[in-house]
Design a protein. Structure first.
Length: 391
């Protein structure tokens, strides 16, 4: 084999609706499809020098220097007519490895993503902090892109995004959008965020709140009248609050709780669940909207553990929902199996009782969960691809 034909591999990945492509020496290219790892059929094992040479071709001189110093680098890569990819190049056991995340060309709507309607209402916020959280690969970037696109379509303003790297490309509609990439347009998140405050923004999107300085500036920006959108690698609203607070030294944490309670507008946490037909995945989404009770839970360290209960009981009035309420909705729509629902539920036994219609007086938030569920949408089945084989 003369070298890795990356375009051919990416074509197979896009056609097969893969979310990621793994290139590692000693094995053929591996695709992640609907959460499962699948090797590209009849492809030779990749040689170490082939992966290394291909990685070098993807990087510019600045990125090569960064890789040499840090042994990993994030970059964006585009193939005309095919799409964009977020690329992480890293070193493992002395060899080079590459993972490419497929970025859809089209920014999907909330309905196409099967997101709850309350998120559309959240996009109407003019100031404060909105966070999208979840583990790696849970669709945070896709949801955040949909939120930005909705704002861009509905009102005028200046949006500045700070990303590492830039993923979805946004066109100016009713908003002016400036997208800045770490390592290309700016050195780091905190420096870019500080600069953004002097660039007359209405909305600031920070790809990820990674350190104390970035969190601190983001809170200040939200406090001074800007709408700040960002992501965190946390599993739910309670962990998100604790993570933000714990970034700061103990003597500051009480003040940060008060500050966070004052600016936070919503926390959207999500995870992807395989559909009943096994052809795709749908998001289970916890949505916390700030109310006086939620604010109290954030301010008081001892009451933070009650955030999930506040979300459950705010379902009817505020449109909030816990993961279990979201999973119940997906089950009612016929999108997922009962077995999958039980395996994903926070408390499987409690969830099973609710499926059977056994409730208690404390389950106020569940009462009309079924009423809010929409009819199931048709899910397009991916084409059968001869270039992909199952493990």
């Amino acid at each position: 084999m003369a070298g890795i034909d990356l375009t051919s591999i990416l074509n197979i990945a896009v056609k097969g609706k893969a979310s990621d492509v793994h290139l590692k020496a000693g094995v053929p290219p591996i695709l992640r499809i609907n959460g499962s790892l699948v090797p590209v059929k009849n492809h030779e094992r990749l040689a170490p020098d082939e992966v290394s040479k291909m990685a070098l071709r993807l990087m510019n001189e600045t990125q090569k220097e960064a890789f040499k110093a840090q042994h990993q680098v994030d970059i964006a890569y585009s193939v005309p007519g095919l799409g964009r990819f977020r690329v992480n190049i890293f070193q493992q056991r002395g060899a080079v490895g590459v993972v490419l995340r497929v970025i859809p060309i089209k920014i999907q709507s909330f309905a196409e993503l099967n997101l709850p309607k309350v998120i559309e209402k959240i996009t109407g916020e003019r100031r404060g902090l909105i966070l999208v959280t979840g583990v790696t690969g849970s669709g945070k970037s896709t949801t955040l892109a949909a939120i930005m696109d909705k704002i861009n379509s509905n009102r005028s303003g200046h949006i500045i995004s700070i990303e590492d790297p830039i993923e979805f490309l946004h066109r100016d509609r009713r908003c002016i959008i400036n997208q800045r990439e770490i390592g290309v347009d700016t050195n780091n998140f905190s420096e870019a965020l500080r600069g953004a405050l002097r660039q007359d923004p209405d909305i600031i999107m920070v790809g990820e709140m990674r350190d104390l300085e970035t969190v601190e500036i983001a809170l200040t920006a939200a406090e001074t009248g800007h709408l700040v959108l960002s992501t965190l690698h946390t599993i739910d609203a309670m962990e998100t609050v604790n993570r933000i607070v714990s970034v700061f030294p103990p003597y500051q944490q009480k003040q940060i709780r008060l500050q966070l309670a004052g600016v936070i507008k919503a926390i959207i946490s999500q995870r992807l669940i395989p559909t009943k037909d096994g052809n795709t995945r749908v998001p289970a989404v916890e949505v916390m909207v700030t109310t006086s009770r939620v604010r109290e839970c954030i301010e008081d360290k001892e009451k933070t553990k009650n955030i999930m209960d506040a979300i459950a009981k705010g379902h009817t009035t505020y449109g909030m929902q816990t993961f279990d309420q979201s999973i119940m909705s997906l089950l009612d729509k016929g999108l997922i199996t009962k077995e999958e629902a039980l395996s994903q539920a926070s408390n499987a036994d409690d969830f099973d009782l609710k499926v059977k219609g056994v409730t208690s007086t404390s389950d106020m938030g569940w009462q009309d969960a079924d009423d809010k569920a929409d009819e199931p949408e048709d899910i397009e089945e991916p084409d059968t691809d001869p270039d992909i084989e199952r493990f």
